[in-house]
Design a protein around this ligand. Structure first.
Ligand code: ADP
Ligand code: MG
Length: 324
């Protein structure tokens, strides 16, 4: 028998709520944040054909739908607390739903971010996923875009370039050797934002942002909000190995403007260098010191011999921007 809306929720999304939570099944979910903490809230929508391919592995899609939102919590230094999922699907496909929910719930479990509610609707035109996450962060300590200060170090977790390379390979099949797609694909389809590491930056880091649309664009948001500029060092940027055979121009493009990274860029006074390095080791995170905040505005990237590199025209992804 085909599942109705309630059977579908029951089968795929009804998780036992943890102690202290009211989860799926009532009109609202209920949970608290600790006294002295603030609720951090973020929502993101993924649309079939726009943010993911129709034939994407549903298990990795479930993972990514939550990961992109966990990345926003990490960017504020908030600890994941709960999430809700609004799901619009053209029809009930049990295999797809089963794989999707497993990918989603596996990450929810790993991140201590229980799925406590949602909405399920039909959309004949394709799948639309909206995930809202809730995190908690000590009062007034959240990392903000406006808090960078001149002479701050600029730090970055993870590596750059691979998601954009994989996206290119999938959009233009046979434009890139299969081996490079194999090497870069996981970075695109299963991003791994540093949601456990990020809350430990509170009280140490100044500004932070997650890299969703490209390093130049996202760091640019920090610079505008903080009214300062930045120098980046090309040889310090953590370039994913799948890009090693590409030309410098191609690498600059993927590394500086490639989106879908879902890693963290933050700034901090140099006195905390040892703390961050030890924290990264403890959390098994690749952490690179990629540049310095400057009092004068503008963003420049320097090579090893101190020359400023000419940067790609397009800074990153913009839904309403034109493609070049
Ligand atoms: P209402 O009509 O009162 O909004 P619904 O019938 O939409 O309630 O949902 C019933 C319950 O199932 C609610 O607790 C809701 O949060 C939950 N729910 C609905 N869809 C999902 C989903 N995709 N994932 C998780 N929980 C869901
Ligand atoms: Mg409803």
């Amino acid at each position: 028998m085909a599942l109705n809306e309630f059977g579908l929720i029951q089968t795929y999304f009804n998780q036992a709520a943890p102690e202290g939570y009211l989860g799926v099944g009532d009109d609202c979910a209920l949970f608290s944040v600790q006294p002295g903490y603030q609720l951090a809230v973020s929502t993101d929508t993924l649309i079939e054909g726009q943010h993911f391919f129709s034939d994407v592995n549903p298990n990795t899609l479930g993972h990514k739908a939550l990961a992109v939102s966990l990345s926003d919590l990490a960017a504020m230094g908030a600890k994941p607390k709960a999430c809700v999922l609004a799901l619009a699907i053209p029809s009930v496909q049990p295999d797809w739903l089963s794989a999707f929910s497993q990918g989603f719930l596996h990450l929810a479990h790993r991140a201590n971010c229980p799925l406590v509610g949602g909405d399920t609707t039909k959309n004949p035109d394709g799948v639309i996923l909206t995930v809202t996450v809730f995190g908690e962060v000590p009062m007034a300590l959240a990392l903000r875009r406006m808090a960078a200060q001149p002479n701050d170090d600029i730090w970055l977790t993870g590596q750059l370039g691979a998601p954009a390379l994989a996206l290119h390979a999938l959009m233009y099949p046979s434009s890139i050797p299969d081996s490079l797609l194999t090497a870069s694909r996981t970075s695109l389809e299963q991003p791994n934002p540093p949601y456990e590491f990020a809350p430990h930056l509170l009280g140490y880091a100044h500004a932070a942002i997650d890299i969703s649309d490209g390093l130049l664009q996202d760091l640019g948001h920090v610079l505008v909000a903080s009214r300062c500029g930045a120098k980046l060092y090309w040889d310090q940027l953590p370039i994913h190995t799948s890009l090693s055979g590409l030309s410098l121009t191609q690498q600059l493009d993927y590394v500086l403007t490639g989106g879908d990274v879902f890693q963290l860029c933050f700034t901090a006074s140099r006195q905390h260098r040892a703390y961050f390095q030890q924290l990264a080791t403890q959390h098994n995170i690749i952490l690179s010191r990629i540049g310095t905040i400057t009092a004068t505005s503008g963003l420049q990237v320097f090579n090893q011999s101190g020359q400023a590199l000419s940067l790609p025209q397009k800074k990153g992804f913009d839904h309403f921007g034109s493609y070049e």
